[in-house]
Design a protein. Sequence first.
Length: 404
Amino acid sequence: MLTDPITTYQPLDVGQIAAYVHEQPALRGLLAAGALQVDEVGDGNLNQVFVVRNDPARPGLVLKQSLPWVRVHGRSWPLTLERARREAHAYEIYQHFAAEFIPRYHGFDGERYVIAMEDLADLRVWRTALNAGEPHAGAAEAMGAFVARIAFHTSDFGLPPEERKLQAAASVNPELCRITEDLVLSEPYTEHEHNWHHPALQALADDLRADADVHREIGMLKHRFLTHAEALIHGDLHTGSVMVGDGRVVAIDPEFAFYGPIGFDLGALWANAIIAAARADRLERDATFRAHVAAILPASWSAFRAELGRLWPQRLDRFYTDAFLERWVAHVWRDGLGYAAAEAIRRMIGYAHVSDIETLEEPARSSAAAAVLRAARGLLLERDRIDTPADAWARVADELARSR
Ligand code: SR1
Ligand code: MG
């Protein structure tokens, strides 16, 4: 008989965590002797996160447990617990070639859906840092290199074709992909109960939803997302999924990981750079910080290309020439622009908005959101004619300046 996880699943609570750790020597051994202090710090939409420490002054261990529902703005719907397994699976793969770009991974409990990993207490969420006007040198470059490692080592460039196919089959993630297909690549372009925005954006939202060219292009991106199994992408690489500080840049939360188009990960980064730039512009941050944000797209793209170029001589199938690489990279670039547009649009008029914009006072909030929407629409519709990061960013900068 099938059971309903919402009624039968018993999430761990703070009081149970010390016993849970003591039952597992591999976890207990990661901490020094002494009483354990446990705090629940989850602030995302999908999970609870326990931090376990002996010494409150030193990083300890994080236990992340998925819950059988999604919760945003007090609304919720059921969601598979298996997403924790998908996240653990991604960490298991990534640690072989991108260990410096992910948290240290300590294992997965498939019965309680708990991932054990490094406590990143000394790092900050990149979005939080950008919101505060804090630059982090090297963050964009690190994430560009991270995406290049994924693009090489989980694709037919770095894996034998049989192995790549088996790995793709073991990496299907239908429920989480469905969230992206709906929330990112469908609903924002329809009248849907999930969507919301400031009333000042109504005309822009109506116009976007009525635009047949926008529908066609989002359809192209959605179809590519559904069918283009290039590599085991992170699947949700926005600035809230990146931690920075202490000389490190670390991608977290790969629960949306699946075999999809590489440009989707770059696009998520770029969209959130555009959003961060809109915030910095409206808050009139100093020129150095604004230049730092403006460099996220070009710097991540350069790092992606450089890292891929470094790995390219190691490709397994020499049938793929250097000329092929240039063509392939060009299609990743255009995908990246398209997915950046889709991610930016959904953060303005879809379901899950972002603190960069939502914590601004009016009228800055709606004016920033409007500038992001206009810039995103331009990137979406013009992407076949945008050949360089400088050109892409010039269009974003123009929209920001026009609506200032
Ligand atoms: C219902 S989950 C909403 C969003 O949060 C995640 O981080 C993904 O971006 C998803 O689209
Ligand atoms: Mg997340």
